[in-house]
Write a protein that binds this ligand. Structure first.
Ligand SMILES: Nc1ncnc2c1ncn2[C@@H]1O[C@H](COP(=O)(O)OP(=O)(O)OP(=O)(O)O)[C@@H](O)[C@H]1O
Ligand SMILES: [Mg+2]
Length: 352
């Protein structure tokens, strides 16, 4: 059994303008200890998905339907007391605006110790020792002395390290990290992600890493799900996604990755923007931006399909893509003319 299995999750927000379907019939699973990336442009539904896992969607939002199984227990069926037990303990979360996770009026060390005492059966002294050890492990120099610092005495990078230490302090089965390093400079980001990866391996913690940076997932993740307009449009191993992307949106994302030597003007972005989630286009929601779109794409919503077999995909499928190409409904087929990576052959029509 997978550690986490999300089935047919739909989350909506009731706004004055209409009903926003932020997450639309989403299914995926994460194995114990696995590092699972979630990528997609701003507004794709990545954070709403993450918040749903801990039932933190607030009004006017609502989880409409679906199941979220953690080791087989449906989080959506739990009582408030039961879900509170899960939070921080079995599933820990690093929120997108992580620096607000630290309370300015308590010392960093006390906040971590408090989390440990709250969830684990530790004495004050044991909790303090574990907090210092964790601060040291996430790369806070002189952790014992810095234990008594207040958050404002930490740099942005150190605050972020402390937030990671706090999230891992209770040895969760799953860590959901929502853009954990976006606010940091590239060098600090790389170091912190490497530490996060080491710790997750050591504690055998699965990670759901949310980012809009495909370079980050390439370094860190085993498998990746690409989201677009609330839906999963492709899921694959990180390697397959990079070297042989199947969905035109993924291909577009790949070609927008800056490479060494690129100057900013030459960066490609996918023309257009994500549709309004109140009235998504008919057919494939990516069709208005898709260079390969045909008449059928305007009419028929593609099902998630196994690209190799053409069969409907399930959560267990190794790969899936939501494009009529794979259900055999495109006439012209996909004819990628983008070089996905300098060091890889771009997929050609024949290889589909
Ligand atoms: N409180 C809310 N009220 C109304 N709509 C919301 C609310 N929260 C999220 N949404 C909508 O849900 C959609 C998905 O938002 P979400 O925050 O999950 O995007 P995201 O993929 O995390 O984007 P980003 O990369 O910018 O963080 C957006 O269209 C957003 O407008
Ligand atoms: Mg977000």
């Amino acid at each position: 059994m997978a550690l986490l299995e999300v089935r047919d999750l739909t989350v909506t927000f009731y706004t004055a303008e209409g009903v926003v379907t932020a997450v639309d019939d989403l299914s995926y699973s994460i194995e114990a200890g696995e590092k699972f990336g979630v990528v997609g442009e701003s507004g794709a539904g990545k954070s709403v998905t993450a918040l749903s896992l801990l039932r933190l969607i607030e009004s006017p939002g609502r989880i409409e339907s679906g199941e979220i199984l953690l080791d087989g227990d449906d989080l959506l069926e739990m009582t408030e007391t039961e879900i509170q037990e899960v939070r921080g303990n079995r599933v820990a979360m690093i929120f997108q605006d992580a620096q607000t996770a630290l309370n300015p009026v308590y010392t960093v060390g006390d906040q971590i110790s408090e989390a440990i005492r709250h969830h684990l059966d530790h004495t004050d002294e044991e909790a303090r020792e574990r907090a210092i050890e964790l601060l040291d492990r996430v790369g806070i120099p002189d952790a014992e002395a810095r234990y008594s610092d207040y958050p404002h005495e930490f740099s942005g990078g150190m605050q972020q390290r402390a937030v990671i230490a706090m999230a891992l302090s209770c040895d969760p089965d799953l860590l959901v990290a929502d853009e954990p390093t976006t606010a940091l400079d590239v060098t600090t980001e790389a170091k912190i992600l490497a530490e996060l990866e080491d710790l997750a391996e050591e504690f055998d913690t699965a990670v759901q890493l949310i980012t809009h940076d495909l370079g980050v997932v390439a370094d860190l993740c085993d498998r990746v799900m690409v989201m677009y307009a609330g839906k999963s449009v492709e899921r694959a191993s990180a390697e397959d996604l990079f070297y042989d992307p199947k969905h035109p949106y993924t291909v577009g994302l790949m070609s927008s990755i800056p490479r060494i030597g690129d100057d900013r003007d030459r960066l490609q972005t996918i023309p257009g923007s994500m549709p309004d989630l109140i009235s998504t286009p008919t057919g494939c929601s990516f069709h208005p931006r898709c260079p390969y779109a045909e008449e059928a794409c305007r009419r028929t919503e593609p099902a998630l399909t196994e690209p190799e077999t053409g069969k409907p995909a399930t959560v267990g499928s190794e790969r899936s893509a939501r494009c009529l190409e794979y259900t055999g409904e495109l006439n012209g087929g996909l004819d990628y003319d983008v070089t996905v990576r300098d060091d890889a052959a771009a997929p050609t029509e024949g290889s589909q």
